[in-house]
Ligand binder design. Structure first.
Ligand code: 13P
Length: 255
């Protein structure tokens, strides 16, 4: 397993934060701080901020993503946004299967898989989230859960499409709680996910796959987490809302 062949990607997930003026201000602050990054830099923002983010990041190394998309091209799905709508805007990435979608909005492995399919078909790159609940970790079934989520989400995805997928391991108990997985725990599960990908698509494909860790990653713990052999970047919630903190994490991934 060769970390050097994989691109590290630091992605911010702003969740339901920032008005348009706030978004523009945060991005302006961020641009000079990450301009020399030696890793991918992505900000995933609320739908209402996409146009602002695309405009504000023009000509910079910051890529823009959405936080979800629907699987249908169009239709009677009040409140939803299609992958095609995002792609047409120039959005490059989309987060799919975040645990907050699974917990609060009835997202299932089946709908995650449908959304992945739609995103790939529209030419978007997917940041695909998997992760166990605290009770699942305590019951010793982390690998079963994460393995099943990964396999279900990748159902029908061709090997050639994997280059457009980033996996993100986000233990639910570590999200927004300040309780980070230890570097060893993060690496262990990321490594396990890589073995699942290897079984499905072969070792070279798994070796090339960027697998992020997410869950209370911050300016203080990023170095240690990102130094792990199977941790190829991070999906950052709270710390992505502060330009200076996010930039420190980007710096850690650039080393
Ligand atoms: P926090 O970094 O706030 O824990 O959020 C992680 C996350 O859910 C990113 O998608």
């Amino acid at each position: 397993m060769n970390k050097a062949i994989r691109q590290a990607v630091i992605a911010g997930n702003w969740k339901m934060n920032k008005t348009r003026p706030e978004a523009r201000a945060l991005i302006s602050e961020l641009i000079p701080l990450v301009k020399d990054a030696n890793c991918g830099v992505v900000i995933c923002v609320p739908f209402t901020n996409l146009e602002t983010a695309l405009d504000a990041t023009k000509g910079t190394n910051i890529k823009v993503g959405a936080e979800n998309c629907h699987w249908a091209k169009s239709g009677a799905f009040t409140g939803e946004i299609s992958a095609e709508m995002l792609a047409e805007m120039g959005v490059e990435y989309v987060v799919i299967g975040h645990s907050e979608r699974r917990q609060y909005f009835g997202e299932t492995d089946a709908t995650v898989n449908q959304r992945v399919r739609a995103a790939l078909d529209s030419g978007l790159k997917v940041i695909l989230c998997v992760g166990e609940l605290l009770e699942q970790r305590e019951a010793g079934i982390t690998e079963e859960i994460v393995g099943m989520q990964t396999k279900a989400a990748l159902g029908g995805v061709f090997a050639g499409e994997l280059k457009n997928i980033i996996l993100a391991y986000e233990p639910v108990w570590a999200i927004g709680t300040g309780k980070t997985a230890t570097a060893e725990q993060a690496n262990e599960v990321n490594h396990y996910i890589r073995t699942v990908v290897a079984k499905l698509y072969g070792a070279p494909a798994a070796d090339a796959m960027t697998i992020q860790y997410g869950g209370s990653m911050n300016a203080k713990n990023a170095d240690e987490l990102l130094a792990q052999p199977d941790v190829d970047g991070g999906l950052i919630g709270g710390a992505s809302l502060k330009a200076a903190d996010f930039a420190v994490i980007v710096g850690a991934a650039s080393r």
